[in-house]
Design a protein around this ligand. Structure first.
Ligand code: SAM
Length: 245
């Protein structure tokens, strides 16, 4: 493609993703606000509201990056130190930013774990009540492996919840959204973060991700039951959830 990323081989995808988040870690939070006009905050609030965690619980936030979901979960639970919440991410630079934010917010009890969603080898089977992943799964090379790992680390009765970009349902709106994302986002990435290519990758990865129904099918094939999804902002993003019986 003219973005040059569709030709990235599977074996190179993980390196590419690592590089991208290494580059954007410092500007990541600022860019999210700029690109989504702050709407990502609402999506994340709704996501945690749908998760509706209740104490006592153990929650794993995978691809947790700079901690946006984990902090919201702690606030929702009125859990003043964030104990019981683990943030896992493959990228140490993202985790470092998150850890710094956590100490500024007083969440001293959160666990920060460097690890790959496809192979959570340091986590035992049946450990967590909830597994969350927000804007992370489209970056994973083998989505089926990540879903199997989610299933493995959840306790029976545990809940899988995913927030991810999806397919805008209305064709006219989809056209408008495509114009915005292909034309404006790399420009904003360059102006705000000095990162044209990294933001081209982000747009491209959104386009390549399976649509709502396809992704729901993948979650079912990993073993989850009662799989449902909810579109937010006309399907710009969707929340998928499923249960381990
Ligand atoms: N969840 C956070 C949020 O909503 O703000 C961060 C999302 S950020 C767009 C995607 C994150 O996924 C990055 O921090 C990246 O390092 C992480 N990531 C990419 N591939 C991963 C993998 N295989 N395992 C774990 N994390 C991964």
């Amino acid at each position: 493609t003219h973005f040059g990323f569709q030709t990235v081989k599977e074996s190179e995808k993980a390196d590419k993703v690592y590089e991208v988040f290494e580059e954007v870690a410092q500007s990541y939070d600022k860019m999210n606000d700029a690109m989504s006009f702050g709407i990502h905050r609402l999506w994340k609030d709704i996501f945690v509201d749908r998760l509706a965690p209740s104490k006592p619980c153990k929650i794993l936030d995978v691809a947790g990056g700079t901690g946006d979901i984990a902090f919201r979960i702690a606030k929702y639970l009125r859990n003043s130190d964030g104990g019981g919440i683990t943030v896992c991410d493959i990228n140490q630079a993202m985790l470092d930013v998150g850890r710094k934010r956590a100490s500024e917010l007083g969440f001293s009890g959160m666990e920060w774990l460097q690890g790959n969603a496809e192979c959570l080898s340091s986590i035992a089977d049946n450990t967590y009540d909830s597994y969350t992943i927000a804007f992370g799964i489209r970056n994973v090379t083998h989505i089926d492996k990540a879903l199997k790992e989610a299933y493995r680390v959840l306790k029976p009765g545990g809940q899988f919840m995913c927030l991810e970009f999806s397919q805008v349902q209305n064709e006219n709106l989809r056209w408008l959204y495509d114009q915005y994302s292909f034309q404006a986002i790399p420009v904003m990435g360059q102006l705000i973060a000095g990162q044209w290519k990294a933001y081209q990758y982000l747009v491209e990865s959104i386009r390549q991700f399976p649509n709502q129904e396809e992704f729901a099918g993948m979650i079912e094939r990993a073993g989850f039951a009662f799989v449902r999804h909810e579109n937010l902002t006309f399907g710009v993003v969707a929340i998928h959830c499923g249960h381990k019986l």
